[in-house]
Every structure is written in structure tokens, then in C-alpha cells.
Design a protein around this ligand. Sequence first.
Ligand code: FAD
Length: 437
Amino acid sequence: MAGIQDVAQELNVGIIGGGYAGMAAAVTLAQHGIPVTVFESAKQLGGRARGVLYNNTQLDNGQHILLGCYHQTLKLIEQVGGNIKEDFLRLPLQLTLHNRFELKAPHLPAPLHLLLGLLGAKGLPFGERMRASRFMLAMRNARFTLAHDTTALELLRTHKQGELIRLLWEPICISALNTPVHKASAQVLLNVLRDSLNGARSDSDMLLPRINFSALFPERAEKYINRHGGAVFTSCGAEAIVPMGKEIELVTARGTQRCSHVICAASPTSSARLFRTVPQLAPIAEQIEAIPCQPIYTVYLQYPERVRLPHAMLGFDRGVAQWLFDRGQIAGQLGLIAAVISAEGVHQELEQEQLVQKVAQELHKQLGITRVPLWHQVIAEKRATFSCEVDLRRPAQITPLPNVLLAGDYTAGAYPATLEGAIMSGIRCANEIRKAS
Ligand SMILES: Cc1cc2nc3c(=O)[nH]c(=O)nc-3n(C[C@H](O)[C@H](O)[C@H](O)COP(=O)(O)OP(=O)(O)OC[C@H]3O[C@@H](n4cnc5c(N)ncnc54)[C@H](O)[C@@H]3O)c2cc1C
């Protein structure tokens, strides 16, 4: 494989895709004075983390949550003008499954906050809580590294996690990896636990955005890129990548642009389509196409303004709705509840109206919310993320063509499909190009 250093020429980077990965790459390059042009096929920036306006209400295509350990994401948001204190509701680690289980980490340095939080968790006998603490200590001693990857379920069973699997680890695994425990990579789950629960206490904080996901980073990033001499075009998809000697011709909806480098940060399906026609990249297209996907459904229910949940974020044990978010407490959108259903499951067989009814019934039964929603909106992202399975082969950011790089949450990395994974992949691509300059 040729090294990226072999390419010696004036830098001028074309970036395909204005999601979090593409915009992270563009900001990193623009910051260092490297000319960039972003081509985004949609009307709006943000990709799978974007704002959606419905019924005069600002929603997202899915309720997202960030963790305190998403250092790169938080840093980039600030770099482009965000203010983490104002942009997010920051909650110290607290996991509540309504009327069934509650883990609240005390204000102590890590990892004591977690160990004491586990020991003090409500809803389980002391022996079970001890087993959870022992499991975390064992993983810590093993530096959160397995000799061989296995499923999360297998690992948890080996460590005799019993009922804790359903009440604690499965909700964490599904929301972090968007993959059921019987398929999920134990190693990737451990990577998330290592960074969120075993770092500084603030790393385990949960950050719920008060503004929509296009506004949070990509739209600010666009202004930053413009200020630094770059350009961002929306409604302008890339149609082909054509290698021309040491340069790349990027065919887009607004004509052809010659680039020293191209970072392909489009969705996996689009990236595979663009790579398939370039012989050196075709094997990567095949690799991308073999990656399985998982859905995420978000059911928004607008109740009268005085309806509120007991917590800003609340889980249901054995519900169709896994996590509920009170948008009133998070973003001042009173009475608006977002119910999130991650990964595959029986909910995929329901019509959207049936799903709404089921979620509303659960809110009625579990929380006594008897009011009928004023309106509802289901956003079903059927290919929300890759399925983070055992020993999954993810494509590297560097490709056999030294001036074509690949970014995106599904590319090689320690994290599951997350904003942080996407951002890290974009930064990695940008840094590879910087090394060549
Ligand atoms: C419903 C939902 C909930 C989620 N919840 C969380 C969460 O709570 N926490 C978390 O960390 N992560 C969450 N994620 C995952 C997170 O949103 C993704 O990991 C991240 O947004 C992926 O960013 P990306 O830039 O890699 O890809 P994308 O966002 O897919 O960006 C790719 C961009 O490329 C554009 N594009 C495609 N083809 C072309 C083309 N030919 N030319 C130009 N542009 C093109 C697309 O329009 C898109 O804007 C969630 C995802 C979904 C869908």
C-alpha cells in the first residue's frame, strides 16, 4: 500500500458528506490553513444527527445522548463556537429503570463513584450488587481488554451477572452499541465502559443537547470553515471519484473539482457506491457492504405542557420504549416526550400508529399519564448504525489510494457507531493529510 506521504503537491481537499465525520475533518484541516470544500448531498448538514422541524417544533431525527468521555466531540463543538455549559443539560451518572432499578453515582472520584454507586443501587439484593462491582474490578484489572472477543452476553454470563444483565448491562449495551447483547462485541462494550466509567468522574456524565443536532456542530462548523477560507455546499452530492495521476477528480452536482485529496465521509451505502467504480477501492466497497445494520426508532409524543417525567431521562424495564426523555426538562419543550427504541426487535413489525399507541399505553400504565398526545411523530431510522458485532471487520481510514481517505462512524476504531467515533475518524483522516503537507 502506498504511503500518503508519497503525495507531494499543493493541498486542496474535497470532503464528501457533511455529517459529524466530514465536518470534523473539514474543521481540522481548515484550522491548519488547508483549503477544504465540503459537498453534502442533502439540503441540510448533520447526516444521521440532524435537526428535523415538525409541527413548528424543533426535533432531531433521533434523540441523542453524549457522554462526558466524548472529549473530541466536546472539544470541536467548543472550537467552532459552542458552549458546552449552555448547549447541554449535564447529568451526573444516573440510570433509573422506573420502579425497578436505580443506580446513582455519588460525588466521589472515579472509579469509587461507580463502585459505590453499584453497591448502593436500588432494586437488587446486596449479593447481585457485589457481583456487579466485582465484574467492574475484574475488567479494570484486565485493563478492559479481552484475549479474544466474544459476545457481551457471554462475557456477562461468565461473570455471573444474573439479573443485572437485564437491569443494567443490557440497557447500557443497547444504548451504547445499538446492538443486542447476544450479538454485541464484548470488547467494544468494554472500550465504552473503560472510557466512560473508569476515567475521570465527569467522563461518566450524560449530556443531553438543548439545541438540535444540525445547530450543535455542523452549522457552526460551516461558519468556521467559511471564516477559514473553505467552502461548504449543500444539496450537492458527489457522484464519482476519479483518480487522475496524483490528483483526484471529484464529480459533483455542481461540476468537477480537482483535489489533491478526497475524504469520503458519506454514509456507508453511498461510500460503497462511490468506491465500487474505482478498481483500487472496490474491495473496500465489498467490505462496507458486508457490514450489518441496526435500526433506531424515536417516538415523539407531544402532551399538554404540564405533563412531565420524574426524571429528564428514564428507562422502562421490559417496555417497548427503552428510554424516555423529557424534552421539557432538557430543552424547555414542555410536554414533549421522546421515547427511544434502539436495535432490532418486535417493534419493527408494528405499524407506526400501533407503535405510538403502545408507547402511550406504557406511559399511562407505568407513569399514570392519562392524557392523549396532542400530536405524535415517529422517526424510524432503519439503517441507523452498524451492528457492532463480535470481530467485525471495519474498513481503515487509509485506503490503497494514497490520496483517498475514508471517514465515518463505521470505519476502524475502538468505539461503536457514535458521534465520538465519527468525529475521531474525521480527525484521523485530516491528520493523515496534514502529515503529507
Ligand atoms: C436515531 C439515531 C440515534 C442515535 N443516537 C446516538 C447517541 O445517542 N449518541 C451517539 O453518540 N450517537 C448516536 N447515533 C449515531 C450517530 O448519529 C452517528 O454515529 C453519526 O451521526 C454518524 O456520523 P457520520 O458523519 O459518520 O455519518 P452520517 O451522519 O451518515 O453522515 C454522512 C453524510 O454524507 C451525506 N452523503 C451521503 N452520500 C453523499 C454523497 N454522495 N455526496 C455528498 N454527501 C453525501 C449524507 O447526507 C450525510 O449527511 C444515533 C444515530 C441515529 C440514526
